[in-house]
Design a protein around this ligand. Structure first.
Ligand SMILES: NC(=O)C1=CN([C@@H]2O[C@H](COP(=O)(O)OP(=O)(O)OC[C@H]3O[C@@H](n4cnc5c(N)ncnc54)[C@H](OP(=O)(O)O)[C@@H]3O)[C@@H](O)[C@H]2O)C=CC1
Ligand SMILES: CC(C)CCC[C@@H](C)[C@H]1CC=C2C3=C(CC[C@@]21C)[C@@]1(C)CC[C@H](O)C(C)(C)[C@@H]1CC3
Length: 419
């Protein structure tokens, strides 16, 4: 995938071929991982026992996926939570966003609690897991087609820097419009934080019930509790700091096309929950010192991730923030400065380092029998290394020699003394 904003170099045929392959390969990979995860031998080398293809698309399950999306959309438009402005657009305007993910989370938990009380069986999610993933894929394709079609009529100043190459396949994948909206309803912002992230937690809860049922347990296993708590904490942290997402690369630069739609609606819920799905079939027994070690690792990762993101966000909002006055900075020709001490002086992407440490802590409760529960760490490492390279190129373009000074001062990208 090319850096956001480099549509000039996409007329190269291998790029189109690569994008087409990814569109086919990524959904198949998600389904393949899910199938292998439920097998006794969850080794990536073992041949997956494939289910009948015609059993995968179930209209009833598709209806559930649409209902979930609409329910989350309804919570998004509730007039609760403050309204804030995003970063300025090319045309000088500011878009407004309502911050109510935490309200939506509480209402979702209440609604699910009420549904379970009325006899709804969350076990449906476990027993129709593959069908749910296929329906989410179909929904993602339909939404991406809608986004591509409407982008043909979008004004020039509302297009993303990349994703406007003129090639149908490339633009469909990367997304042409930067902030597609239906009236005030921001489709990209909504999808990034709600149906997928919340769906991930609901799937985890369903897998916990499935584990207890399958193994006749009165309580979930410690490994399942750890995985659930870590994931819940990560999502709640994203919701608590919801405003920060307005400044992240995906919100400010990426078009909303198949890559992000699929990422938000299929990849996130169905691959991020692989650890809890794995634990249903592969119990993992953890000793107390091991549990303490894993929790400590997660706390270290989270502290780095949170402190780095909060420091940078506070610094960008107010460079003379008195709580940051002890940090060294490098001025740049754009008027903005770069932090060069504290965590941002340790490596150039301390927030990625924290995220990766947490990712490792989420996999360790699953033990060492299979590599599959480590899929999330592998994915995140690949994504963040690639993201770091794109960001580096962008910052070098933006800040010129000041960026080179920063790189000389802070030599390592993500892992101190290693990378
Ligand atoms: N769980 C998951 O699947 C994923 C999680 N993430 C997480 O999302 C979060 C956001 O990531 P992302 O948007 O990629 O990147 P960052 O939040 O790291 O943003 C990068 C930008 O920060 C600014 N910056 C870089 N260095 C400095 C410095 N020294 N001082 C001040 N500003 C600096 C630059 O922008 P400018 O100067 O213009 O402000 C740069 O473009 C991360 O914590 C990441 O771990 C990301 C992807 C996937
Ligand atoms: C191979 C795929 C198709 C690539 C898809 C990438 C997306 C899944 C990720 C791109 C950036 C993301 C972020 C989060 C989730 C994953 C995606 C959408 C994030 C919302 C997770 C929670 C964090 O606290 C965050 C920092 C808000 C994340 C922002 C980036």
């Amino acid at each position: 995938i090319l850096p956001y904003g480099s549509s000039h170099s996409v007329s190269f045929p291998p790029v189109f071929a690569g994008v087409s392959c990814m569109m086919l390969f990524l959904p198949v990979a998600v389904l393949g991982l899910m199938v292998v995860c439920s097998q006794e031998d969850a080794s990536l080398m073992s041949p997956p026992s494939l289910p009948a293809l015609d059993s995968l698309l179930d209209p009833h399950v598709f209806g559930m996926v649409v209902l979930w999306f609409l329910f989350q959309a309804l919570l998004y438009v509730l007039p609760v939570g403050k309204v804030v402005e995003g970063i300025p657009l090319k045309n000088g305007e500011w878009l407004k966003y309502r911050m109510n993910t935490l309200h939506a989370f509480v209402l979702t938990v209440a609604a699910l609690g009420a549904a379970v009380h009325q006899g709804v069986d969350l076990g449906y999610i476990h027993s129709h897991f593959l069908q749910l993933a296929v329906s989410s894929l179909l929904f993602s394709v339909l939404l991406s087609v809608y986004l591509y079609v409407r982008s043909r009529w979008a004004p020039q100043d509302q297009l993303a820097p990349g994703g406007n190459s003129g090639s149908v396949i490339y633009d469909f994948f990367m997304g042409s419009e930067l902030n597609p909206r239906i009236k005030g309803f921001d489709l990209k912002y909504f999808c990034e934080l709600r149906p997928g992230l919340m769906g991930w937690l609901v799937i985890n809860a369903a897998m916990t019930l499935a584990e207890m049922k399958l193994h006749n347990l009165n309580y979930p296993s410690p490994a399942m509790i750890l995985v659930n708590c870590f994931h819940l904490f990560y999502v709640l942290d994203a919701y608590w700091h919801e405003e920060a997402v307005l400044g992240y690369m995906d919100t400010t630069h990426a078009g909303f096309g198949f890559m992000l739609v699929f990422g938000d609606l299929m990849w996130v819920p169905f691959t991020f929950s692989l650890q809890s799905y794995y634990l249903v079939y592969h119990p993992s027994h953890l000793s107390l010192p091991w549990i303490v070690g894993i929790v400590t690792l997660n706390v270290i990762g989270f502290s780095i991730f949170r402190k780095a993101n909060s420091q940078k966000n506070a610094f960008r909002r107010n460079p003379s923030d008195p709580t940051l006055s002890h940090l060294k900075t490098i001025p740049t020709a754009t008027g903005k400065s770069l932090l060069v001490s504290g965590l941002w002086g340790l490596v150039r992407h301390p927030n990625y380092l924290g995220d990766l440490i947490m990712a490792l802590a989420w996999s360790l409760p699953c033990g060492f029998t299979h590599i599959l529960p480590y899929f999330y760490v592998i994915y995140l490492t690949t994504l963040l290394v690639h993201r770091e390279a794109r960001d580096e190129a962008q910052c070098r373009r933006k800040y010129g020699s000041a960026w080179d000074d920063y790189c000389r001062e802070v030599r390592y990208r993500i892992i101190p003394r290693v990378y």
